[in-house]
Design a protein around this ligand. Structure first.
Ligand SMILES: Cc1cc2nc3c(=O)[nH]c(=O)nc-3n(C[C@H](O)[C@H](O)[C@H](O)COP(=O)(O)OP(=O)(O)OC[C@H]3O[C@@H](n4cnc5c(N)ncnc54)[C@H](O)[C@@H]3O)c2cc1C
Length: 428
């Protein structure tokens, strides 16, 4: 192959957390590196995420060393027999080294997210008191110069991302005594990684989409990039890294691979499975394709993003008192306050007669709930909009929504009884 436009050691495709961390590692170890990013901004889903790293075994906890054995037990307990032990143990063992490396080569500093529990703390090896979840410290944006304006952003959901609004406010409060424009969560992760790669002379190229991997008989040796209407071919002497994110914005891939219906994505719309398709074109083995980062969503009437109906994750709202989640039979089917990822299973439950009996579902709450907490952008005490289906009684609510009113009445009677005993025998 002689018609390369140029040569480099390592080509990284995508500028999210995976891409920038790889670029940082390769560049810090002396490789020449180029990062190509399809979108006009860098950071991908990572930039709009909660940015919490889950590093299960390390010695940064105030409770002492978190062991590899406990981490492996915890992961094994939830892998349902499908765990690749060697791969998982590599992840567990190398986490601390990764944190040290990134701190050494960028402006990022990591701190344990105190009190942030494991998602399934009740499992063997689980940690109810937390310790494994790690936050990036706030990063000052101004040090990034023009790049401060070039990080992917997203209007925050009502219930906010990974860290809730209160925590966010606390973090801001903590840095208020210093001057500057700080960012937190996923944005901080990307901003910090950017400081590292820019310092090493790696300048991500945006609006530059990888369209094809180029192979010789021994493997992948380069990539074809499309940028501003023209194309060029880059020879990668040491490797091409696919860090192009997910495929949730490609309806065909979603239908082909995910284990159940996905009604909408809460990520930026660049995740169209480009890396996946490029790898498949060269016969890559695939695994674990049915899984995703799942979260319950709402789609509000008239709410759009980039011309698509916008989906918003529902996290904080469903955890509050005086509310239940029910299906169209009026039955509860999960722990409303459970962690989001595990809620996908109950939502995707396939009933032999009813089909997807729990999808869609409704959050039913009373007037006092709205008055005390507000709901999805409606402030405490404000009028309920029509799309809340405000109703005087369960019959009216049933008529407006299609929920079986008798089923709902039975559910609420049982719920209120359980509340008076402070138990939830059905879902814990
Ligand atoms: C709201 C939200 C909150 C989350 N919170 C957390 C959390 O707190 N902790 C956690 O661990 N996970 C969290 N997640 C999940 C996590 O954000 C993602 O798993 C992670 O960011 C994926 O990182 P990535 O680098 O693989 O991909 P991304 O960050 O999505 O980056 C991929 C990049 O590749 C680019 N790209 C795509 N195709 C091409 C192409 N052909 N050529 C060049 N570039 C291309 C994209 O534009 C994008 O910039 C959250 C997700 C969401 C949606």
């Amino acid at each position: 192959m002689t018609d390369w436009d140029h040569e480099v050691d390592v080509v990284v495709l995508g500028s999210g957390g995976a891409g920038l961390t790889t670029a940082l590692t390769a560049a810090a170890n002396g490789a020449s590196v180029e990062v190509y990013e399809k979108s006009a901004t860098v950071g991908g889903t990572t930039a709009v995420s909660g940015g919490i790293l889950w590093i299960p075994a390390h010695n940064r906890s105030s409770e002492g060393e978190l062991s590899v054995d406990d981490a492996m037990s915890y992961l094994r307990a939830q892998s349902l027999g499908f765990m690749d032990d060697e791969l998982v143990e590599t992840f567990v063992r190398t986490g601390p080294e990764m944190l040290d490396f990134v701190e050494e080569h960028s402006d990022l500093q990591f701190v344990v997210a105190e009190g942030f529990p494991d998602y399934k703390p009740e499992l063997p090896g689980g940690r109810p008191s937390g310790g494994r979840s790690i936050n990036a410290k706030p990063v000052e944006l101004s040090q990034l110069g023009e790049w401060a304006e070039r990080i992917t952003s997203f209007p925050a959901d009502f219930s906010n991302v990974g860290i809730d609004a209160e925590t966010r406010a606390r973090i801001h409060a903590a840095v208020d005594d210093r001057s500057g424009d700080y960012c937190v969560a996923g944005t901080a992760l990307i901003a910090g990684l950017l400081t590292g790669v820019l310092d090493l002379g790696v300048v991500p190229r945006t609006n530059a989409r990888a369209v094809e991997l180029i192979a010789d008989p021994l493997g992948i040796i380069g990539v074809r990039i499309s940028q501003d209407g023209s194309e060029f071919r880059v020879h990668a002497r040491r490797g091409v890294v696919l860090a192009t994110g997910g495929f949730e914005w490609d309806a065909k891939l979603v239908e082909a691979y995910l284990r159940g219906p996905m009604r909408g994505a809460v990520s930026p719309p660049n995740n169209t499975g480009d890396g996946l398709r490029m790898a498949m074109a060269h016969g890559a083995d695939l695994a674990n394709m049915g899984e995703a980062w799942w979260v319950p969503i709402v789609q509000l009437p008239g709410d759009t993003f980039d011309g698509h109906p916008r989906s918003r994750s529902v996290r904080l709202e469903r955890t509050r008192p005086r509310s239940v989640i029910v299906n169209r039979a009026g039955k509860r089917f999960l722990n409303e306050a459970g962690e989001y990822n595990s809620m996908a299973g109950p939502f995707q439950f396939l009933d032999p007669k009813e089909g997807y009996a729990n999808d869609p579902a409704w959050i039913v709450f009373d007037a006092q709930h709205l008055k005390r907490y507000g709901f999805l952008g409606v402030l405490p005490g404000d009028e309920a909009p029509e799309w809340f289906s405000p109703s005087n009684d369960l019959a009216e609510l049933g008529q407006k929504t299609g929920i079986d009113a008798d089923g709902l009445a039975r559910t609420l009677a049982a719920w209120n009884e359980n509340v008076s005993h402070e138990t939830d025998p059905d879902f814990g």
